[in-house]
Ligand binder design. Structure first.
Ligand code: TYM
Length: 334
């Protein structure tokens, strides 16, 4: 990646960050901050596309900042801020609403999933949400966007919007085309109850996910109860791929232990899933419980979290304002 590379990503403050957010996004955020300029945003304007109780939202914004810090983001290296504090996000989103096409939004599968069967009742914000996401990224002319696989389609839309803007306004390389950085081995952590669905904050059963704030006991209980398979652990990847819940557990194990899946199968094939589950629970307790404890500790000092945001907000606002000046000029706004 060149020196001009800039990383941007966002996380919704809807509470209960989980293992999917951690392995799909947060861990990557932390490793990228070593060598790159990084901007990480708590996307509160995205969260309100579905109704949020105001006092709960305020707390969840701070808890998301606490989760960023607890996983290892450093406010002296990365810009950490909340979206609504930089009004340029909403302004650019409006401009991009006028560039993006209805046909493009109609193809977004996440809107279809989230709006459910009664689309007429979904908020307009939920429908145009991907345009706001494009605005988040393009406002800083970000080149790289670390996300889980579920955000790939939104990233492709951001690239289409950037291309169309550059072409409509005759400014070929004005917006860089943002590249998704999706983890190779575990791009989508699946539900512990149904290996065909992604692990998600909105899934009703808490047993479907490992939350970052879960205690060691909760982690053990959830992994014990996780769906696996009645047959023993198979000896080939080909066999494993037919069993989504087992594949999910073994992939999580592989990701955290840093042992590749083939080697794990060599060691575990023929054994019962309780063997894997005991080892996995231990690994997760070692990795997740310290993060959860740190989140709880950080939430005890909200003044500190607000200070982190204030500093990040100022930095983000300055960068955004500089770019917005040029964007307004390109569009012909005085
Ligand atoms: P959000 O808040 O749903 O999720 C935050 C990040 O976690 C990843 N993720 C997962 N990765 C693997 N397996 C899972 N089960 C899993 N669940 C969530 C998501 O891919 C994401 O990277 N629209 C975004 C937020 C956003 C954004 C942006 C991201 C707004 N503007 C600009 C990047 C750039 C979202 O709702 O993520």
């Amino acid at each position: 990646m060149s020196k001009k590379s800039l990383v941007f990503s966002g996380v919704q403050p809807t509470g209960n960050l989980h293992l999917g957010n951690y392995l799909g996004a947060l861990k990557n955020f932390v490793s990228l901050q070593k060598d790159m300029n990084c901007i990480y945003c708590v996307v509160d304007l995205h969260a309100i596309t579905v109704f949020q109780k105001p006092n709960v939202l305020r707390d969840n914004v701070l808890e998301t900042v606490a989760s960023f810090l607890a996983t290892g983001l450093d406010p002296n290296k990365s810009i950490i801020f909340n979206q609504s504090s930089v009004s340029g996000h909403a302004e650019l989103a409006w401009i991009l609403n006028c560039v993006s096409r209805i046909g493009w939004l109609n193809r977004m599968t996440q809107f279809k999933d989230k709006a459910g069967s009664d689309k007429e009742k979904a908020s307009v914000g939920l429908y145009i949400y991907p345009n706001l996401m494009a605005a988040d990224i393009l406002l800083y002319k970000a080149t790289h966007v670390p996300v889980g696989a579920d955000q790939k389609q939104h990233l492709e839309l951001s690239r289409d919007i950037a291309l169309k803007f550059n072409s409509d306004f005759g400014c070929k390389d004005f917006f860089p085309l943002p590249e998704p950085l999706i983890p190779k081995n575990i791009s989508r952590v699946m539900s512990l109850r149904d290996g065909t669905k992604k692990m998600s904050k909105s899934e009703e059963s808490d047993y479907s996910r490992i939350n970052l704030k879960d205690s060691a006991d909760e982690i053990i209980k959830k992994i014990k109860k996780a769906k696996s398979d009645s047959a023993p652990i198979p000896n080939s990847l080909k066999e494993l791929e037919k069993k989504p819940e087992a594949l999910n557990l073994l992939t999580i194990y592989s990701e955290i232990s840093k042992i590749n899946l083939d080697k794990i199968l060599d060691e575990m094939s023929g054994k019962d899933y309780s063997f894997l589950k005991n080892k996995l629970a231990d690994l997760l307790i070692g990795e997740i419980a310290p993060v959860g404890n740190e989140i709880k500790k950080l939430m005890g000092d909200k003044t500190h979290l607000l200070k982190v945001l204030k500093k990040g907000n100022e930095k983000a606002r300055n960068l955004a304002e500089e770019n917005l000046k040029n964007i307004r000029e390109k569009v012909g706004l005085i």
